[in-house]
Design a protein around this ligand. Structure first.
Ligand SMILES: Cc1ncc(COP(=O)(O)O)c(C=O)c1O
Length: 505
């Protein structure tokens, strides 16, 4: 077993950059013989007909799902058009909703100072970053954001990409390759799984938050691989529980592995100032090799970042395709996120309000006997509906009461744990939360709902607009099977533990 010191010093050595670049350029190209072989194996599928995407299996499945939803009178809760700013309130088709489907955890989307920062940047730089920063140069505001993020994490440096999803894909695929192993939590986000697939590394999901199972696998398999990466989310978007960072750090040291933490839902949520999982546990940022986060949630714009050692950031700035071959973050987005970060740090009462709201939601829901899954009460509360049909129906019914919340259905989660996922915000009021739980509980327990509840946020639809004909529905499973493709579409945004790839047993 290599010692942990030997392995963890790897990122601080400039030789690692050479090594990684060499490994990437050594990836085997497909030979003409391979191509002939794969063409031969596909020839049976070829037909003379002009190809059409209408015949694509994914499209056919999607149409099947649409037909099933229509037949079973299940309204489509996806692609709703919001007519204004997203936050604790939203307007859909002229009606105001209390909104639980937005990641505006600290109410910074639309904050006057955040908008002013974006406007100032537009006046100064225009709206475009032009091209890749590597070749076309950069703007001071991009580096200011990176330095502020590095400071918040207590790391040497940080690099910002234009998408959170692309950040994970590109980072993992750049750093790891076919001689490596990636161990990730089974509830990990799809972007991590896609990165693993692209890297060609062996991949093994361990049961959600079960670090004993992770250790068992490390003990039996660490020696077979050159580099090993453990990937977790700081705060899980699906369940609202958190990773045991101290134990993960012990394991990564013991087995000479790198540790990556996706903070998409941790920044602004965990720790007294919202600095994330490290602040929550009182751990130094440099004890984790790769901090990843998004600008699209608490920081109110879009983009992703990696914070860590200077060597890690240099590797990504010179070799990650999602950075090297992609445009730099647009100046108004960088300026807005930087301002949002300043506000997050300067106004910790926002984090406290978010926590109070979520704890209130969680305790009220639990008192009503609702199944809140694994939620730890920081920002996310799932309500397990028990089937995809029930989750979609509840979402539609809540919508008719002026409450907007998205269902998460099979195959994004197991059919029996299909759920509604409530994202709380510092900007929800106590009344919002109390009313939402009352209505939710009444719907689930099929109790009477008072007239006062029905008239909230009135213009537009009324509470009776969504009806649900139980007798016309054959079974939850039949609907779930036919709704499969909706799940497949949303699973891009959610977790995808079972995605194909080199899965190591
Ligand atoms: C855990 C996690 N990682 C990464 C991403 C991708 O981030 P973005 O949507 O900003 O591209 C998300 C998006 O929801 C996420 O939840």
């Amino acid at each position: 077993m290599q010692t942990s010191a030997k392995l963890s010093s790897a990122f601080s050595s400039s030789q690692l950059l050479d090594r990684i670049l060499k490994r990437k350029t050594q990836k085997p190209e497909a030979s003409s013989l391979d191509l002939e072989e794969s063409a031969a194996s596909l020839s049976c599928a070829f037909s003379d007909k002009a190809p059409s995407f209408a015949e694509h299996p994914t499209y056919k499945q999607f149409r099947l799902m649409e037909a099933a939803a229509e037949r079973f009178h299940i309204g489509n809760p996806f692609f709703k058009v919001h007519e204004g700013q997203g936050g604790a309130r939203t307007v859909i088709a002229g009606r105001e909703y209390c909104n639980f489907s937005h990641y505006n955890y600290l109410g910074l989307n639309g904050h006057p100072a955040v908008c002013a920062a974006a406007r100032e940047a537009i006046d100064h730089y225009g709206t475009s970053a032009g091209a890749s920063r590597l070749v076309a140069g950069e703007r001071p505001i991009q580096r200011e954001l990176e330095q502020a993020l590095a400071q918040a994490y207590g790391t040497e440096d940080c690099v910002v990409f234009v998408s959170g999803h692309a950040t994970n894909v590109s980072t993992i695929a750049t750093l790891f390759g076919p001689r490596d192993l990636i161990l990730h939590d089974s509830q990990i986000h799809n972007s991590i799984v896609e990165g693993c697939r692209l890297s060609g590394a062996a991949r093994h999901p361990f049961p959600h938050n079960k670090l004993d199972a992770l250790e068992e696998f490390l003990a039996s398999s660490r020696r077979r691989f050159e580099q090993v990466l453990i990937v977790v989310e700081g705060h899980y978007s699906m369940d609202g529980d958190i990773a045991d960072l101290p134990k993960l750090i012990t394991l990564k040291r013991k087995y000479g592995a790198f540790l990556m933490v996706d903070e998409a839902h941790s920044l602004g949520v965990l720790g007294a100032h919202g600095k994330g999982l490290a602040e929550h546990f009182g751990i130094e940022g440099r004890d984790v090799d790769i901090w990843m986060g998004t600008l699209s949630k608490t920081l109110a714009t879009c983009g992703g970042y990696i914070a860590g050692s200077r060597a890690l950031v240099d590797i990504l700035k010179f070799a990650a395709p999602g950075f090297v071959y992609s445009v730099g973050i647009s100046p108004p987005l960088a300026a807005a996120s930087l301002q949002a970060l300043h506000l997050m740090l300067a106004e910790p009462e926002r984090v406290q309000r978010l926590r109070n709201n979520t704890r209130l939601f969680l305790s009220l829901a639990q008192a009503e006997g609702l199944d809140t899954g694994l939620s730890a009460g920081f920002a996310i509360v799932p309500i397990i509906a028990g089937s995809s049909r029930k989750a979609i129906t509840l979402s539609n019914q809540l919508s008719s009461y002026g409450i907007n919340v998205q269902p998460i259905i099979h195959p994004a989660v197991e059919e029996k744990s299909a759920r509604l996922r409530f994202f709380c915000s510092s900007e929800h009021t106590e009344a919002d939360i109390r009313r939402t739980v009352r209505v939710l509980s009444a719907l689930i327990q099929e109790k009477q709902i008072s007239d006062a509840e029905k008239t909230w946020g009135t213009a537009g639809t009324t509470a009776s607009a969504v009806s649900f004909n139980r007798s016309s529905i054959p079974s939850d499973l039949a609907v779930a099977t036919q709704m499969n493709q909706t799940g497949a579409a949303i699973q891009v945004l959610q977790t995808d533990p079972s995605a194909q790839g080199v899965v190591c047993k």
